[in-house]
Design a protein around this ligand. Structure first.
Ligand SMILES: [Zn+2]
Ligand SMILES: [Zn+2]
Length: 102
């Protein structure tokens, strides 16, 4: 279920920079519910086709800070997109690929 194409991206210096920027811009709050933001979400989900397009992958306009619950919800209604940042562990539970806390 994991989509390894995104792993190097989430480890990149560019992503770390823009992630910090977006969380700061959003005042460290989830833009859905106001809880502390834990993750940064791509409004247009990353795909192997757009991950090298900075306008999508690294544009603050395409990014929003969310708490883990809201982020998970953003993805859970689109079954294919869940795999962007989550994978299934050996017990079948959905877990984040990378711990993305502040
Ligand atoms: Zn939230
Ligand atoms: Zn997301």
């Amino acid at each position: 279920m994991a989509r390894p194409f995104a792993k190097p991206f989430y480890r990149s210096r560019e992503w770390e920079k823009v992630r910090q920027y977006v969380i700061r811009r959003d005042k460290y709050l989830c833009q859905k519910c106001g809880s502390p933001a834990e993750e940064v979400h791509h409004k247009i989900h990353l795909s192997p086709e757009n991950i090298n397009d900075p306008e999508i992958a690294l544009s603050p306009d395409n990014l929003v800070s969310l708490c883990r619950d809201c982020h998970f919800r953003e993805h859970s209604n689109k079954r294919t997109a869940v795999a962007e940042e989550y994978e299934f562990d050996e017990n079948g539970f959905i877990v984040p690929i990378k711990k993305d806390t502040i």
